[in-house]
Write a protein that binds this ligand. Structure first.
Ligand SMILES: [Fe+2]
Ligand SMILES: [Fe+2]
Length: 227
């Protein structure tokens, strides 16, 4: 079980992961933009376009958190992300259907873990209001990974390709978080997720409010698709 570390070290770790995520979301969004534009009209093109929108929202949310800590993104990392994402986006036009789906699935797998770690760092640094945002972003990345896994699995070459290790079930994100957070806060402490949700409207964190609006839009989009 994880134990609480030095608060200054936890804050530094949180800033590092936020900077990494902020630029990583940019690279992913630009790569997905190239990816969906390389596809013909259809469900894949629409889904990857939605995923691009998710990544921009994540970036906005993470950027708000960095600002909340009085910190800025890493300029060189962000510039590198723009180049990497743009190049990948262009390569999607020539790489065929499988390689971009495969690369994206592996990337999404690591993104889940990144936001799970960030949620624990939010506990360690007393940023309880950010817990729900991090867990929701981890769950969205989980959905992205599932989509790309399904597309790789459905490819005619799938039987010859070793697919990356599948993440745990989606519900495990919150169960695992509760377990590990109790190791930081102590087993008798209140539920950190409920504590995050229990904040009154006047104290809602801007980053959380942003995520809530983004999720509501995503739910409305999903309902419009299935109706
Ligand atoms: Fe993301
Ligand atoms: Fe993603």
């Amino acid at each position: 079980m994880r134990s609480r570390r030095d608060p200054a070290a936890a804050r530094e770790a949180l800033i590092t992961i936020l900077r990494h995520a902020y630029s990583g979301e940019r690279a992913a969004a630009l790569a997905y933009r190239g990816h969906w534009r390389s596809l013909p009209d259809g469900p894949d093109r629409r889904r990857i376009r939605e995923i691009e929108e998710d990544e921009w929202r994540h970036r906005e949310c993470v950027g708000g958190m960095l600002a909340g800590l009085g910190e800025r993104p890493s300029l060189w990392r962000d510039a590198r992300a723009a180049i990497v994402g743009s190049v990948l986006g262009v390569l999607c036009h020539v790489a065929g259907r499988l390689a971009p789906m495969y690369g994206a699935g592996r990337l999404e797998r690591t993104n889940i873990r990144e936001y799970e770690t960030a949620a624990l760092l939010a506990v360690e640094t007393g940023r309880d209001a950010w817990i729900e945002s991090f867990l929701e972003m981890a769950e969205v990345e989980w959905e992205h990974e599932r989509y790309f896994r399904s597309r790789v699995g459905g490819h005619p070459w799938a039987r010859w390709i070793p697919v990356w290790t599948a993440p745990a079930p989606k519900w495990e994100i919150r169960r695992s978080f509760r377990h590990r957070a109790s190791g930081i806060r102590g087993p008798s402490s209140s539920d950190p997720i409920e504590a995050s949700r229990g904040r009154g409207p006047s104290s809602v964190d801007p980053a959380k409010a942003l995520m809530i609006r983004a999720i509501r839009r995503a739910v409305a989009r999903h309902r419009a698709r299935v109706s």
